[in-house]
Design a protein around this ligand. Structure first.
Ligand code: NDP
Ligand code: MG
Length: 397
């Protein structure tokens, strides 16, 4: 029986993970659950799974009155400690944003299997994450669907045999919108993803294609390949999740209708496949074809190129890209920035940073904090811009 800590249990990936774990109670038990603010949902989950303890990363609010009588821990440090708890063998990190980095490092240092959905960890802390894995002997399994696909295709082949990785992108909700309409996009438009049902931050990242830039960086870190070896292609139906081309000219792809339960199940069960098909039917060539592809619209979605360039340069730049993007997404969700201004804020923030080497976690926090300050200034120098029509959805923090 493997014991699992689900960090970010109240989110979209948290819900998909708990759906897989609920169906596989003979192999896994949930020992830790965490949320940031949503203590009511955490309370309900705790009553269902009866873990050793739960973590609410914010201090208990005034109306805090949980019905689950077990141990409640509070604060960001409690989340990092939870990632190292002797009560869990597997840590599933489904926290959103840079807050996921400390638990990622802690879980790998403690020798856990880390099922990692939190891609921001790898973007801001890539080399440090790999070093923590090497020191602690932890195991890093990607949950992001494209990276899970690559992991499944590479299997046990040595990295020297991998020639090229092709990540697919749905293209987001504005794939076919003409350029002149892009600046009228509201948060509600951007949150309506055509193929994936996800949390707010990644939905906006998906609409701007910043998500795909984060994923290119994630792939370069996870699979140790050069940026020149990673391609992205738009594949609107999200059936092929990635393609790996090997040195003999053969290419392998992983296919399936879009559900995060498959990559989650792979990360939990590896090297076994769980005998547990999700509710989504498997791939059917007649129903799911034809499989179509398009190039990315680089000029209309400039955050993609900005993010890949930041990853390629390395040093402070991917940390600053991640931080500025998080601030810009919050600003867009709160109605302070237009869709077009997201990329401007990120670009102007990146101009203040350099590819200097970053070799400690304290440096990462300092660069992250400075990039957030710059991005907030660039988002209107602290003054709220006029609220845009339809901007009624608030951000995560
Ligand atoms: P959600 O916003 O749906 O959920 C985020 C979770 O993290 C919630 O449990 C939330 O708690 C918690 N959380 C939020 N802020 C903090 C914080 N500062 N400290 C600790 N916990 C926090 O996000 P998703 O599930 O969509 O995404 C999670 C991660 O997985 C992201 O990194 C995303 O990029 C990645 N991912 C997501 C995919 C998807 O399909 N959704 C696909 C591939 C990757 P609360 O509910 O209390 O706010
Ligand atoms: Mg993905």
């Amino acid at each position: 029986m493997k014991r699992v800590a689900v960090l970010g249990a109240t989110g979209s990936i948290g819900a998909s993970s708990l759906a897989v774990l609920r169906r596989n109670k003979d192999r896994f038990c949930v020992r830790v659950l965490s949320a940031h603010r949503d203590w009511r949902s955490l309370d309900a989950l705790a009553r269902e799974f009866d873990p050793e303890f739960v973590v609410l990363t914010t201090p208990p609010p005034e109306d805090f009155a949980p019905r689950w009588p077990g141990a409640w821990r509070h604060g960001a440090d409690a989340l990092t400690e939870a990632a190292q708890t002797p009560d869990a063998d597997i840590v599933l990190n489904a926290v959103v944003g840079i807050a996921g980095l400390a638990p990622t490092l802690a879980a790998l240092e403690a020798g856990k299997r880390l099922a990692l959905a939190n891609k921001e960890s790898l973007v801001a802390g890539g080399d440090l994450v790999l070093a923590a894995r090497n020191r602690g002997g932890g195991e890093l399994l990607p949950v992001d669907s494209e990276h899970s696909a690559i992991h499944q295709c590479i299997a046990d082949r040595p990295s020297a045999e991998v020639r090229r990785l092709t990540l697919t992108a749905s293209g987001g909700p504005f794939r076919t919108w003409p350029r002149e309409r892009l600046d009228d996009i509201t948060p509600a438009d951007a949150l309506a993803h055509p193929t994936w049902d996800m949390g707010a931050k990644i939905s906006i990242d998906s609409a701007t294609l910043a998500n795909k830039a984060l994923e290119v960086i994630e792939a370069a870190v996870l699979f140790g390949v050069d940026y020149d070896q990673v391609d992205v292609v738009v594949h609107p139906t999200s059936i092929i999740h990635s393609v790996v081309e090997f040195c003999d000219g053969s290419s392998l792809a992983q296919l399936g209708r879009p559900t995060m339960e498959v990559p989650i199940s792979w990360a939990l069960g590896f090297p076994d496949r769980l005998d547990d098909p999700p509710a989504e039917p498997g791939f059917d060539p007649l129903r799911d074809g034809p499989l179509e592809f398009e190039p990315l619209r680089h000029r209309d979605f400039p955050l993609f190129a900005a993010g890949v360039a930041a990853g390629r340069s390395g040093g402070e730049l991917p940390i600053a890209f991640n931080a500025a993007n998080e601030v810009a997404v919050e600003g867009f969700l709160a109605g302070r920035l237009s869709f077009g201004e997201l990329a401007q804020v990120v670009r102007r923030t990146l101009e203040q940073f350099s590819p200097n080497t970053v070799d400690s976690i304290d440096q990462v926090w300092r660069i992250d904090a400075r990039a957030r300050d710059v991005a907030r200034q660039e988002s209107g120098r602290g003054e709220a811009l006029p609220t845009r029509a339809g901007a009624t959805i608030s951000g995560d923090d």
